[in-house]
Design a protein around this ligand. Structure first.
Ligand SMILES: [Zn+2]
Length: 763
């Protein structure tokens, strides 16, 4: 009997989700119903029946389920499902499902916290129904627990474990009876500092429902993990920056040393401009309403003072290291027990592992970031001041990366006007087509004149079988390119979406230039394919060797559906459609990179376009003729076999387009160019394009970057007056130097000295 209880309906719906899809027009509506049931799951059936409004809403949901339960065909399918168990008793149908939260609570109770520490515990699961056990494993994963269940017979040291449990219990007993006097406080307190509020919330949610308190716009979460009480807070990004007045644009010169001087950030709430601490009225908008990060520092110091240990868990790159360093400087007088945690994915397992594997601040990374900040400031400020004065416009700027990139966009436009060619698209056999390129105008004219007599002759010269391997998983520049090509998302949007996915714990760090897939990542691919019953397609690859970073990949074996279910279970906001589309792109590319090659038949073909019998265009090319055995292409549809036979086709229609050999840059292709030429890094690609757009040096037209008159004027002026400072070479040398500083192979002071001479022209 299906009743009106939202709680029971919810649990049935979430388990039968896959099978209910056919009763809905789209998945979105199903998700909405799930959210609704979840929201009212505190109501009893009687209460629903008393409330006409809610009852009417539940009625159609209930009917869908009733329809499913009388559909013999679907019931038969459900009975075959490896994780769903339906049994019949006295004419009633029962669906057996697991209770993952119940399992977590119950197993947690086998071990207890008492004043001398945590006791050893052992949880045994008696498996009566294997399908329900499989269900439990999947659902545990979904609520954030990766539990490695072992068969009792596989545990070799069972005796020892039981012995330890007995010993611990004896100690607890003695303690309770007052025989042990010595008392040490087993619970430590700590403070974990991250940059973003989402990241703080994600970490806090790993350990049950956190409590929250706030201090002037800053939220602190408090959770308990084993013998730690953990406070988690976000800095909301950088909280200090170079001063404006001191020395050379914020860098003091003292003897042979350069000393960058930093102060807490003060940001105008109205216009977003960064101002100096001493400023009380914004010079741009006259507002006196400021966001003063000194309040954050004061609060952090208070918190640091209260706890035993401080953990700095900012992002794993030079920028994150610099923020960690700043925190260290400000908090050390209040708590000397400060450690750095480097998390490459925001998952429970990674957190628990890194919590034990702390390290010190890496000063090489900090120095690399200092060099980046100072060189941006020196080159940027000196050039910007110059053009602001010359063009009498305070909204202009220039920079060591943005200006050379602007130069490429301008050059590209000039080239585009010059070299052109024809793209001919010729249709045969209904909607099949083939593209042929040529340059001569006479050919175009001939084709147009003889449109009814066009024929396509195909000769197959050679056939061979060939395995095609998948492309590697994503790193930043590939992700940006693909997100544009497949989803039409620009770089800025893509980076913001990816940041959210990272902070929600769904993907690894998205600012990376590595393709490497760790052991954990390869296991994840196996787990995913097993879940999809496609383990036969597994073909793991590491795509390189371990370094600081990994490729961009999912952190859990979740489909988009799983992510929605997880959000509903945790009563979190469901991510936007674009978040989910981007996640899916990352997932498929990653799984493809861990799947078998596709077996194909390639053919070398000769293509002749004829007018009657006269050949007009001749070309030989290699094409994929047929996919013999599918592999990674099940996840990544990039192999497109061409359907051609050895014969002469009539051309039914054609289209000629005159194109430039140079395509205007999109934000994705300019990033590709930056990567190729060594300008910018994964952390800065998107910001550079954003600045060019904000300054109106380029505009976006249908996704293409087009230089403006203002952009061209500024660039010409700078190229004429400061060819050295805006050269690709300077920036490339600097970026290479920063890589060396990161690796502790170069002294950052020496790099600053060289740059100082180039910028200020004095020693
Ligand atoms: Zn302002």
């Amino acid at each position: 009997r299906v009743n009106y209880s939202p709680r029971i309906l919810f649990s049935l719906f979430i388990s039968l989700k896959e099978y209910l899809k056919s009763y809905y027009e789209n998945d979105l509506q199903l998700s909405k119903d799930l959210v609704f049931l979840r929201k009212y799951s505190f109501l009893k059936e009687e209460q629903v029946l008393e409330n006409e409004n809610i009852k009417n809403k539940i009625e159609p949901i209930k009917q869908k389920l009733e329809k499913l339960l009388t559909d013999q065909e679907i019931l038969e399918k459900i009975k075959q499902d490896p994780r769903l168990s339906i049994i019949e008793e006295n004419g009633n149908l029962f669906l057996l499902v697991s209770d993952p939260r119940g399992y977590i609570q119950a197993s947690g109770r086998t071990s207890r916290l008492y004043p001398l520490g945590l006791t050893k515990g052992l949880s045994l699961v008696l498996v009566e129904n294997h399908k329900v056990f499989e269900h439990l494993k999947i659902k545990l994963r979904l609520i954030g627990y990766k539990i490695d269940f072992k068969k009792l017979s596989e545990i070799s040291d069972l005796e020892k474990i039981i012995q330890k449990i007995d010993e611990d219990r004896k100690i607890v007993k003695k303690f309770m009876e007052g025989e042990i006097e010595e008392f040490k406080d087993p619970v430590k307190t700590c403070l974990i500092i991250v940059e973003s509020p989402t990241k703080a919330r994600t970490i806090a949610n790993f350990f049950g429902k956190p409590s929250r308190r706030s201090y002037q716009n800053y939220w602190v979460y408090e959770v308990s993990i084993g013998n730690y009480i953990v406070n988690i807070i976000a800095t909301l990004g950088h909280f200090v920056d170079l001063v404006h007045q001191e020395g050379f644009y914020g860098v003091k010169k003292s003897g042979k040393y350069f000393i960058p001087v930093f102060e807490p950030l003060k940001i105008c709430r109205k216009c977003g401009r960064h101002v100096s601490i001493s400023v009380n009225k914004c010079e741009v908008c006259n507002s006196s309403d400021f966001w003063d990060k000194r309040i954050l520092i004061e609060f952090l110091r208070k918190l640091a003072n209260e706890v035993n240990e401080v953990y700095l868990a900012t992002d794993p790159d030079t920028e994150g290291e610099k923020i960690a360093f700043d925190l260290f400087i400000y908090l050390y007088p209040y708590n000397s027990n400060i450690k750095r945690i480097e998390m490459h994915e925001i998952t429970r397992e990674e957190f628990l592992r890194r919590f034990k594997e702390t390290r010190d601040i890496n000063y090489s990374l900090v120095c690399a970031q200092l060099t980046r900040r100072v060189s941006d400031r020196w080159v940027g400020f000196s050039l910007s001041e110059e053009i602001q004065k010359y063009f009498k416009n305070l909204n202009l700027s220039a920079g060591r990366v943005q200006t050379p990139v602007l130069g490429w966009i301008i050059l590209n436009e000039e080239l585009r006007k010059k070299e052109k060619y024809y793209l001919g698209r010729f249709y045969y056999n209904n909607n099949n087509f083939i593209d042929l390129n040529f340059e001569e105008k006479e050919i175009a004219n001939k084709i147009r004149k003889n449109k009814n007599n066009l024929r396509l002759e195909i000769k197959i010269l050679e056939k061979k079988e060939e395995n095609i391997n998948p492309p590697p998983p994503f790193q930043t520049s590939d992700l940006l390119k693909s997100a544009w090509e497949v989803l039409r998302l620009d770089t800025n949007t893509t980076m913001n979406l990816a940041q959210d996915l990272f902070e929600r714990g769904l993907i690894t760090y998205h600012r990376t230039d590595s393709y490497y897939v760790s052991d954990y990542g390869r296991d994840l691919a196996r787990e995913f394919l097993q879940k999809q019953n496609k383990e036969n397609l597994l073909y793991t690859r590491a795509w390189g060797s371990p370094g600081t970073h990994e490729c961009i990949r999912p952190t859990k074996p979740f489909t988009v559906d799983d992510i929605i279910e997880q959000a509903i279970l945790n009563q979190e906001q469901i991510l936007s459609r674009n978040h989910l589309r981007l996640y899916n792109l990352i997932l498929n590319r990653f799984i493809a990179s861990q799947a078998k090659p596709a077996k194909t038949e390639k053919a070398l073909i000769k293509i002749v376009l004829r007018i009657n019998d006269e050949p007009i265009i001749e070309e030989t090319r290699e094409v994929i003729y047929e996919i013999k055995e599918r592999g990674f292409d099940e996840f990544l549809n990039i192999i497109k076999p061409i359907s051609l036979e050895e014969k002469i086709y009539d051309i039914t229609d054609f289209k000629l387009t005159r194109l430039s050999k140079f395509v205007p840059y999109t934000s994705a292709t300019i990033v590709e160019e930056m990567k190729k030429k060594g300008l910018g890094r994964p952390s800065t690609y998107s910001t550079i394009i954003q600045t060019l757009l904000e300054r109106k040096y380029v505009i976006l037209n249908k996704g293409y970057l087009i230089p403006t008159k203002q952009g061209k004027t500024i660039y010409e002026y700078l190229k004429e007056k400061y060819p050295d400072l805006i050269s690709e070479n300077l920036t490339k040398q600097l970026e290479e130097a920063m890589d060396k500083i990161e690796a502790n192979e170069l002294d950052y002071q020496a790099v600053l000295k060289n740059l100082f001479i180039r910028v200020f022209g004095i020693i």
